[in-house]
Structure formats: structure tokens, C-alpha cells
Design a binder for this molecule. Structure first.
Ligand SMILES: [Zn+2]
Ligand SMILES: [Zn+2]
Length: 324
């Protein structure tokens, strides 16, 4: 049974959002029915929240009303149901894999262009993908996954761009590892067991330990902890919901942090259901995997620098170079 979300209070008090008198208590604050509905509709919406229209309309716009609710302390978590959250992540991931395996990019485009609209077409049968093509599709399908998360619909266009730029490549890197791990490989690989590093890269110029660490370190952690699909999907959502980029507005930081906390408590619950007494330890171990991802990104950054230095005439795809 869904939890009761509206509580009546005995006395009339001011709504903490709009100051109208109310006897209701919604999402952890004293709030009127109108503000409750504004908040609920925004969180449940499957479409991006419309930009501010306050300069042209006197009534006040949806996004400003929604952020007023957030600032007044309305709690997003009260609206999230754990099994549905896992269902949503799992269906977004299926869609991501469908795009990854069956589509190809029509042009070499950067992150800003990709965010605005899709540039893919059904993959032609006779096309042989290089590592560059696969990495583009890995990044593209990761961005489509991200766009399906509720948090993305609640940000302004500018915040969304800062937020995505910070997270998209490390999330794609995580997904490469997840897919390879699910296919029972011990190193990152593209379909047909193609190496993640491009063929034309003269690998003798690189420290093999560095390249192998990039290929294997994350997956070795997945194997060590025998991480499940649900845990991996929650981890990726936690990694994605990083409220740290400097340029984010304080409203965006507030919303992103609330979503991060929703995903971390969902992961904690999943760990505890599975391991009972050792659930908390498992949770800590899994959370630490995000440090391994950070380390892999540092290693990859070094490899990209070397690639640019040793083989400056070989271009990287924009979706890769935009991130390094
Ligand atoms: Zn109100
Ligand atoms: Zn507005």
C-alpha cells in the first residue's frame, strides 16, 4: 500500500511556500494543496520542466514555483517508491543497450549538440565499427539513459549542461565496464571482443600497466564483490547525481543532492535485504567503487594526453575530446 502523503493538522497555519493558510502537511512541511500539486507534478513529470516565464506572465511560472517548494524544504524522497525506482533504471538500461547495439551516429558531434537533439540512425548491416564508433555509441546511449532520470527534468537548461558535462563521460566509462562485466569479460571490451583502445594507437608508446589498469580495475571490483545489476544501476545513478560542479545554481545543487540521497538509501536498502547483518559493510564497499571510477578517469586522462602528444594527427571523436 502506498504511504499516506497528506496529513491534516489540527490548526490552520501558513503554507511555508506561499503563505496561504492551510491545515495540511505535505512532503515534510506545512503546505497547501496547491503547492503540494505543483511539487508532485514536477517530480512525476516525464518531460523537462518548462523554462521560467515570470518576465512575461504575472501568475508565476512552474519552475519558479517548484524551486520555491524545494527551498521551503519539501522532500522529494516522499514521492519515490523503491521498487518503481529499480524498474525505471532497469528499463532505461534496456533502452540504452538497444540504442548501443542497433544504432550509429550520423556525424561526429560534441556534447552540446547531442544534448539538444539526437543524431543517430539505424545501424547498417555492412558497417564495421571501430573503437571510435563504439565509444561514441557508448557515450550517446549513456546520455539517453541520463535523460530518462527524473532529476534531469527538474533542472534549467544551463544547470543541465553543467551537470551533464561533468558526468557524461565517467558514466559512459562505468557503463562500458558494466556491459563487459555482464558479458563475463574481465576487461573492458567492445562487441566482437574489440579492444577499447583504437587500433591505430601505437600501444608500445604507453605503459602497459596504465592501459591494463584502465581496462580492468573497475571490473575487478565488480567481480570481487559479485555486484548485481540492481546495485550497478543504483551506483551509476549515484555517480551521475554529483552535486559538485562549481557552476551549478544552489537550487540545482539542492535537487541533485536530494536525488543522490534517494539513490544512496535505495542502494543501502538493497544491500541490507541481501546481506542482512553485513549489509552496511557491503554498502560501504560498493560506494567505494566510485573512487575506483575516479582513479580510472585520472588514468584515462593521462592516456589521452599521451595519445595527443604521440599521435597528434589522429583525431579523437568530439564526444571523447569534449571530456578531456
Ligand atoms: Zn502553498
Ligand atoms: Zn519563473
Amino acid at each position: 500500500m502506498a504511504p499516506r502523503r497528506t496529513r491534516k493538522q489540527l490548526t490552520m497555519e501558513k503554507c511555508v511556500v506561499c503563505s496561504n493558510m492551510t491545515s495540511e502537511f505535505n512532503y515534510k512541511v506545512t503546505s497547501c494543496n496547491t503547492c503540494k500539486m505543483v511539487f508532485r507534478r514536477a517530480i512525476r513529470s516525464k518531460n523537462p520542466i518548462a523554462p521560467c516565464t515570470c518576465s512575461t506572465s504575472k501568475k508565476g511560472c512552474r519552475i519558479c514555483k517548484f524551486y520555491a517548494c524545494v527551498r521551503a524544504g519539501m522532500d522529494i524522497k516522499s514521492l519515490i517508491i523503491l521498487p518503481k525506482l529499480l524498474e525505471q533504471l532497469s528499463s532505461l538500461n534496456e533502452n540504452r543497450l538497444q540504442i548501443f547495439f542497433n544504432f550509429q551516429m550520423t556525424q561526429d558531434l560534441g556534447i552540446e549538440e547531442i544534448m539538444n537533439r539526437g543524431f543517430v540512425k539505424k545501424r547498417e548491416n555492412n558497417v564495421v565499427f571501430t573503437a571510435h564508433d563504439w565509444v561514441s555509441m557508448e557515450v550517446y546511449s549513456t546520455i539517453q539513459f541520463m535523460k530518462g532520470l527524473n532529476v534531469v527534468n527538474l533542472l534549467t537548461t544551463q544547470d543541465l549542461m553543467y551537470f551533464t558535462k561533468n558526468a557524461y563521460f565517467k558514466s559512459a566509462l562505468f557503463f562500458i565496464s558494466v556491459r563487459s562485466y555482464t558479458e563475463k569479460w574481465e576487461c573492458m571490451t567492445f562487441p566482437g571482443h574489440l579492444d577499447v583502445f583504437p587500433e591505430e594507437m601505437s600501444k608500445s608508446a604507453y605503459n602497459p600497466v596504465l592501459l591494463n589498469r584502465i581496462r580492468c580495475l573497475l571490473i575487478s571490483k565488480f567481480i570481487e564483490f559479485n555486484v548485481t545489476q540492481d546495485e550497478l544501476l543504483l551506483l551509476i545513478a549515484i555517480i551521475f547525481c554529483d552535486p559538485c560542479p562549481e557552476d551549478l545554481s544552489s537550487d540545482a545543487v539542492n535537487v541533485i543532492s536530494q536525488f543522490r540521497s534517494i539513490y544512496t538509501s535505495a542502494l543501502f536498502n538493497v544491500c541490507c535485504q541481501k546481506g542482512n547483518k553485513t549489509g552496511a559493510i557491503r554498502y560501504m564497499n560498493l560506494i567505494c567503487i566510485s573512487n575506483i571510477l575516479t582513479k580510472t578517469m585520472v588514468d584515462l586522462n593521462q592516456a589521452v594526453e599521451l595519445f595527443r602528444y604521440w599521435q597528434p594527427d589522429l583525431p579523437l571523436r568530439k564526444l571523447v575530446s569534449d571530456s578531456f
